[in-house]
Write a protein that binds this ligand. Structure first.
Ligand SMILES: NC(=O)c1ccc[n+]([C@@H]2O[C@H](COP(=O)([O-])OP(=O)(O)OC[C@H]3O[C@@H](n4cnc5c(N)ncnc54)[C@H](OP(=O)(O)O)[C@@H]3O)[C@@H](O)[C@H]2O)c1
Length: 213
């Protein structure tokens, strides 16, 4: 089904990224993974690796050129202080326009952005605390989403709650109206299947979709 689909994967070294690479390769997707110079990752042998920096426009363009789908699953790791997502996303959107790639799938998070209607009251309070503790990171991720929504690309924002490394259950609840509570979660394995599904057959074009168990 996905034999000829070429996917540029940004954030491929992360736990979601490696799960996407595995799930995508298993479905026959041709994956080109962007990795930082010193990053190590266990990726299937069919994955093409391009080393470079997400802040380097040439690296971003070279990763995207010749693909037909871009999938972004990067985000700051502990201590969650890196501010780079909006800038990297801007470079990705610009490069997609330049080389003529239209489909963009980007994972952010259920607590990023302004979709208050999707949050239970405790989650609203957590979002408020996160913004107070990490204002620059929170603003960066919100801007990342805005850049994608403002683009005229065929985008999908994928917004999971807490991620686990547990086994796949083989089912995902995905909806734009899903309410996220403090106990909401999803495994990276199921999330990766969902992301690969969106690479193969888009179902949520120009939508922000919440994905949980
Ligand atoms: N963890 C959660 O519970 C949770 C919940 C909801 C949403 N999310 C979001 O889901 C996505 C994936 O999460 P994850 O926990 O699976 O990811 P992860 O394992 O923390 O991996 C993060 C990825 O982002 C890259 N990255 C981090 N800082 C970078 C920088 N300054 N420049 C370039 N690349 C950088 C990492 O590259 P290196 O390997 O080179 O560092 C890695 O590929 C992220 O956007 C995250 O915010 C996470």
């Amino acid at each position: 089904m996905g034999e000829s689909i070429k996917v540029a994967l940004f954030g491929a070294s992360g736990r979601t990224g490696q799960a996407v690479a595995r799930a995508g390769a298993a479905q026959g997707l041709l994956i080109r993974a962007s990795l930082r110079e010193t990053t190590r990752a266990i990726l299937p042998s069919t994955v093409e690796i391009i080393r470079g920096d997400l802040g380097d426009a040439n690296h971003v363009r070279d990763t995207i050129a010749g693909t037909i789908v871009v999938c972004c699953v990067f985000g700051p790791g502990p201590p969650y202080t890196d501010v780079f997502c909006a800038r990297a996303t801007e470079l990705i959107v610009n490069a997609m326009h330049r080389v003529g790639v239209r489909r963009l799938i980007c994972q952010t998070g259920a607590m990023i952005g302004r979709d208050v209607a999707n949050w239970t009251l405790p989650v609203c309070l957590m979002v408020r605390m996160f913004r107070w503790q990490r204002p620059a990171v929170a603003a960066d991720r919100t801007r990342q989403e805005e850049l994608i929504r403002e683009s005229d690309l065929e985008w999908t924002l994928v917004k999971p709650p807490r991620l686990t490394d547990g086994p796949a259950r083989g089912r995902v609840l995905a909806d734009v109206d899903t309410r996220i509570g403090l106990l909401s979660k999803i495994s990276r394995a199921d999330l990766a299947s969902f992301l690969v599904g969106e690479c193969v057959a888009p179902r949520y074009l120009k939508q922000a979709v919440y994905v949980t168990w």
